[in-house]
Design a protein around this ligand. Structure first.
Ligand SMILES: [Zn+2]
Length: 345
């Protein structure tokens, strides 16, 4: 399809800068590159009209030539959109970030995120930051699950809570903070222990489920009526652990088979799940921020840009926060023939 056939809105690469220059051409920097556009005055006027509010036909009606638009496209300086950019839209800046990933219809990625249903099981250090990041990025449908109430010791890392929230249910406080950030967001909450249970909101409709509860290292069962993707985030001392993302639709083992193939029975035992009474939960602010940023980006890329493999698809990445060294573990097995479509627990 020709770029301009369906008359899209045009946006001059929002991350580009026009450089001051006495040269006859217009100097534009984008990333590490500097482009020269001739003649300077013509392109200066053209770029001013490529503000994401005008369609191709409107730009051409102002007297500009399609060949110049083609030049900008060839230089990777042109973004095409299905809908106009709104200057007051809080998501317009997110859209500019998506445009760096996909120059052709990045607004499709935004609308995918806006329509996605995401379950976050565990609203602690990672769940707080990830839910906030996703809502600020445009996500509008969340399910939050956590059985705990806010404690003072949470406040070093659980960014949705304040001292005034002490004793309140985490999911209730989180919902109210997230809705204050974005009135558009719809959030279902549950403070019951649902890990291992069959029926919970989003259990059959989540496009992605993030496991980031205290029980996550023990890989709790989740209902296998679940058909969406599953991703995992946590930490261990100074190691941030993110992934793998599991999605049989995209060629990985399913979560249930992953449990059986990659997690030892000893780790899954009831005894291992009991909290130790003589250890302090080791959980710093920075390690939660690090794991949260990585897993939020994974979710955004997985849901918003399905045509490209997301960074953690079938991979677990373990990063040492003291020097940023990382290890990667590939999850290459495929589901067994016996992989059941639904597992009762
Ligand atoms: Zn399977």
């Amino acid at each position: 399809m020709h770029l301009f056939d369906d008359n899209p809105f045009l946006w001059f690469a929002p991350w580009a800068r026009i450089l001051p220059s006495s040269a006859p051409g217009l100097l534009v920097s984008a990333g590490a590159k500097i482009y020269t556009l001739h003649p300077a005055e013509y392109f200066r006027r053209l770029l001013a009209n490529l503000d994401g509010t005008r369609r191709v036909t409107e730009v051409l009606a102002l007297g500009f030539e399609v060949a110049c638009l083609q030049t900008l496209k060839d230089e990777r300086l042109l973004i095409v959109l299905r809908s106009a950019v709104s200057a007051n839209d809080p998501y317009s800046r997110e859209l500019s970030a998506f445009a760096a990933l996909d120059r052709i219809y990045p607004d499709t990625a935004l609308s995918r995120l806006q329509n996605a249903r995401i379950a976050i099981l565990g609203v602690g250090g990672i769940g707080c930051r990830v839910s906030e990041t996703l809502v600020r990025a445009g996500v509008r449908h969340l399910f939050l699950n956590d059985i705990d109430r806010v404690e003072r010791t949470n406040l070093n890392r659980q960014t949705l809570f304040t001292p005034d929230d002490e004793g309140e249910l985490k999911v209730a406080v989180a919902r109210s903070r997230l809705q204050a950030i974005s009135p558009d967001v719809r959030i279902e909450i549950c403070s019951e222990d649902i890990l291992g249970s069959i029926d919970w909101p989003f259990s059959t409709s989540a496009d992605m489920t993030l496991l980031t509860a205290d029980a996550t290292p023990h890989h709790p069962r989740i209902p296998y009526a679940h058909t969406g993707a599953v991703t995992i985030a946590g930490y261990r001392a100074e190691w941030a652990e993110v992934g793998p993302t599991l999605s049989p639709e995209r060629g990985t083992v399913c979560y249930e088979c992953f449990r059986h193939l990659f997690v030892s029975e000893e780790y899954l035992s009831d005894e291992a799940k009991k909290p130790s009474n003589n250890s302090v939960n080791c959980s710093g602010s920075v390690i939660n921020a690090l794991a949260s940023a990585m897993i939020a980006q994974e979710i955004i890329l997985f849901l918003g840009f399905p045509d490209r493999p997301s960074p953690l698809l079938g991979k677990r990445r373990i990063m040492l926060m003291t020097n940023f060294e990382a290890e990667e573990v590939l999850v290459t097995s495929m589901c067994q023939h016996t992989c059941p479509p639904a597992i009762s627990v």
